[in-house]
Ligand binder design. Structure first.
Ligand code: NAD
Ligand code: ZN
Length: 248
């Protein structure tokens, strides 16, 4: 075990308000491609902006078509050792919770309870007109079978959209507020599998660091906050988290 892993385990064992921050990199080992992977569903398609989605039925169809293809990867994925380790740390009181940029829901499936989803979730849809929420699976199935965008069953005609934050849409305000609070109060933040360049999310580990927390970054490539980190662990998210856990 490297001295870096041992030191992070020591910091974690002493921390009073540790927070884990995750990005797409924690889920690649579950078979969900991250933003940059060539050929991934995320890079293959044109971005449908939120205002287009709202005003154009054609854009809504394009959006549902893209999301339906992406859904195949989500539906098949299960949590990996990285998600499981974080859930275990929450259950044993070692971390307060997890702040994630991911929309795949794998933290909750692995047992994490306090999950702040900065970019929403692809496991649900909501109605832009009446706010009703629905689980995504039957809606995707409807789209697959009919090639028609599903409408809200509550208000009748409402426009349904995945409960994820689209380009041009605000981040969920209450979630973001709680995340700011966790980061201000944190004494340790472990960032896992995020390039730390997408704002405002990437500003959170930075805020924690400026507020006095130690910052640990686990990522196999450079990140936007490497120069601020107290420890950089260059490698697989799952292996690094499991190694820290074993050193506790
Ligand atoms: P990103 O794609 O910008 O960064 C992911 C980082 O993880 C990269 O630097 C990559 O080198 C690293 N990485 C990938 N696999 C790794 C592994 N196994 N071990 C170690 N490092 C690994 O992701 P981001 O910063 O999270 O931003 C992308 C945005 O796209 C997010 O805001 C998110 O909403 C969305 N997105 C979500 C998912 C998901 O829910 N799983 C997947 C793709 C994109
Ligand atoms: Zn509705």
């Amino acid at each position: 075990v490297s001295s870096g892993i041992k030191l992070v385990a020591l910091w974690l064992s002493k921390a009073k308000s540790a927070v884990v921050f995750t990005g797409a990199g924690i889920s690649t080992e579950s078979g969900i491609p991250d933003f940059r992977s060539p050929g991934g569903v995320w890079t293959k398609y044109r971005t449908v902006y939120f205002d287009e989605f709202c005003r154009s039925a054609e854009a809504r169809h394009e959006y549902w078509n893209q999301k339906t293809e992406a859904h195949t990867a989500f539906a098949a994925a299960s949590p990996n050792i990285g998600h499981q380790t974080i859930a275990k740390w929450e259950q044993s009181g070692r971390v307060r919770g997890v702040i994630t940029q991911n929309i795949d829901g794998l933290h909750q499936i692995s047992g994490s309870k306090d999950v702040l989803e900065l970019h929403g979730t692809a496991r649900e849809a909501y109605c832009l007109d009446c706010d009703a929420r629905f689980s995504i699976d039957p809606l995707v199935e409807h789209f697959r079978q009919t090639n028609e965008v599903p409408l809200c069953a509550d208000c009748g005609e409402g426009r349904l959209k995945h409960a994820t934050v689209s380009f041009g849409q605000m981040l969920p305000e209450k979630t973001l507020e709680r995340a700011y609070q966790w980061c201000q109060e944190a004494d340790l933040v472990i960032s896992v599998g995020s390039s730390l360049v997408v704002h405002p999310a990437a500003g959170l580990p930075e805020l924690a660091k400026r507020s006095g927390a130690k910052l640990v970054i686990i990522n196999r490539d450079e990140t936007g906050l490497d120069s601020m980190a107290d420890m950089l662990i260059d490698g697989s998210c799952g292996e690094a988290l499991a190694a820290i856990d074993a050193a506790l």
